[in-house]
Design a protein around this ligand. Sequence first.
Ligand code: AKG
Length: 297
Amino acid sequence: MISDQDVQRYRSDGYLVIPDVLSAREVDDLRRATDDQVERSRQASAHTDVFDLEPGHSASQPRLRRIKSPHLQDPAYARMVRHPGIVSVLCRLWGPNVRFDQSKLNLKAAGFGSPVEWHQDWAFYPHTNDDLAAVGIMIDDFTPDNGSMLVIPGSHTGPIYDHNTNGVFVGGIDPSTSGIDFSKAVRCTGRAGSITVHHARLLHGSSANISGQPRRFLLHQYRSGDAWPLVHRPASWEAWTSLLVAGEETLEPRMTAVPVRLPYPSSAARLETLYEMQLDLGTRFFRRADEAASAGV
Ligand SMILES: O=C(O)CCC(=O)C(=O)O
């Protein structure tokens, strides 16, 4: 459970890093499940419904960038969706009703893990209120060198930035025109088994991993039980209700005065992932691993 001070910090900074939420056993289970998925990815020669591949991926040298919806792939991931240590934090922030949305696992293998350009999750999935957050589970130690997530504290109370390039939603912010002060960025580091909680409107991104240590990050999106999506309507009422991880269902979404920018028009890479969409970003902030390695940083 988090303290009153943590709740205040979340309200003012828009994020928390909470140490040691998972047991060593749970971390081991996640590592084993992730190693299994990397083995399976040897069979993929292009992106699939489950795997997003790094450039240079091959059967002999698997380079997996993302596992999509990992909670549907292995019980070790599925157990994390309703993890009491995670759900209790969200109940403390929002009250008793909490709903899961989806999960992804971003792998940044030692030496070549891809960067994620600056963005706000809210730009992808605005709701009727902004009690939405992503919970990131550190499967490895997150160090200053291995591509751990960067956030801009307090940015969750600011504007929703333009995530379009050439008139198309690319899921990333052009750093050259945004006016954002990136010198304010803070790195979320911690031991394996720790979690991050970041508000859906918080600016965040992460650099390539050119260190010798892997960085695997299991990310869950959650929302308050009374937040209703303004885009991406639920497939069915039953599917929607099955996502509640705490509390009770409601037919009365809470509406608040929140800034919204719709994620349209869609890019051709929309059906792939964030990484593919962000390739269309006009100017990038982070160097790719190959560029960073050749620049010696
Ligand atoms: O993997 C990371 O460091 C950031 C991930 C992220 O922001 C995302 O996938 O939306």
